[in-house]
Design a protein around this ligand. Structure first.
Ligand SMILES: *Cc1c(COP(=O)(O)O)cnc(C)c1O
Length: 326
């Protein structure tokens, strides 16, 4: 396997912990969690691992400004802003407001948006419909101004970012906790592509199941399979992934991206009250709701071990739009 450039700022390995009280409360299989919410970079999350490789590539390219895009409560944008601050890059974030809100700064900044500003990022607002064009324009302007921009895609999900989760799978295997199923939220697909590739590269015998946050199964499976094949290529390995190789459950899309419903609420309360673990309203709350429902429907055997790969996101709990949580 080829090694690719990497900076080291994540707190690794992240812990694997047993969840005995949650397992008992659900009367289900033995549950575990892997704490990628504790990767250490400005409140952590799964983007930290990807950014170790993306920033190394930006440095190698002589970039001075990182540009990325996401939703107003994007964890990816917050962690990119933090990594930029730590390594002396300027950072421009292109943010899109929720559907019902205008494309401009809200009156008060809460949750991840507050942190983006604290971390010194410049923020550009865009309408959802023309965000691709706005991103191109932002990049072009930075280029013409001599700011040497480097574009990080949505969620950091290109082969460079996804490679981080192939290594994360290797880390997990070395922790030697026998697990039958790994369950986690999947959206831009880099996390799942990396884990699927890592499963093959390092011969992990268990199953890797992504709970789709905002996309129908066939679309996400195709995206992840493509990305996994390209990531293998980047690492000098010839491996083809087909959509059928990628396990996705898209039964829990609820009210759409970023809309917190009763199921997400229940999951957030259950993890908090049984294990002192904080989930988020957009990603881990939805994936945990899916996991809980699968357990109740007898999807797993009672003697199996199931690991919830916690991808972070709790800063969004403090966003004004989720204040109806309590
Ligand atoms: C970005 C994100 C995800 C989704 O990961 P992808 O690699 O984009 O599929 C899941 N959970 C949290 C908390 C995230 O911020």
């Amino acid at each position: 396997m080829k090694t690719i450039p990497r900076l080291r700022f994540a707190l690794l390995p992240t812990q694997v912990e047993a969840l005995p009280r949650l397992s008992a409360a659900l009367g289900g299989p033995r549950l575990f969690v892997k704490r990628d919410d504790q990767t250490g970079l400005a409140m952590g999350g799964n983007k930290t691992r990807k950014l170790e490789f993306l920033l190394a590539e930006a440095q190698a390219n002589g970039a001075r400004t990182l540009i990325t895009a996401g939703a107003i409560q994007s964890n990816h944008c917050r962690q990119t802003a933090a990594a930029a601050a730590r390594y002396g890059f300027e950072c421009i974030l292109l943010l899109t407001a929720p559907q019902d809100k205008p494309a401009q700064a809200p009156e008060v900044s809460t949750g991840n948006l507050l942190l983006d500003q604290l971390l010194g990022a410049e923020i550009v607002w865009a309408e959802r419909q023309n965000r691709e064009q706005a991103l191109k324009d932002t990049f072009q302007q930075a280029w013409e101004a001599g700011r040497r921009p480097y574009l990080i895609p949505y969620g950091g999900s290109n082969p460079t970012g996804a490679a981080a989760y192939a290594y994360a799978m290797q880390e997990f295997i070395e922790q030697q906790v026998p697990i039958d199923w790994i369950v986690f939220p999947s959206s831009s697909g880099g996390t799942q592509a990396g884990l699927a590739l890592g499963k093959r590269l390092f011969s992990y015998p268990g199953q890797v199941l992504g709970i789709s946050v905002d996309e129908e199964a066939s679309v996400l499976q195709e995206r992840v399979a493509n990305l996994a094949s390209k990531t293998a290529d980047l690492l000098g390995e010839r491996m083809e992934f087909a959509p059928a190789d990628i396990l996705v459950n898209a039964d829990y899309l609820g009210g759409g991206y970023g809309v917190m419903g009763e199921k997400e609420k229940e999951a957030i309360y259950l993890f908090a009250s049984q294990e002192g673990l904080l989930l988020d309203p957009v990603y881990t709350g939805r994936a945990a709701a899916g996991l809980i429902d699968l357990i109740r429907n007898g999807f797993f055997e009672p003697d199996q071990a199931v690991l919830f790969w916690h991808t972070g996101g709790a800063p969004a709990l403090f966003a004004d739009r989720y204040q109806e949580l309590v």
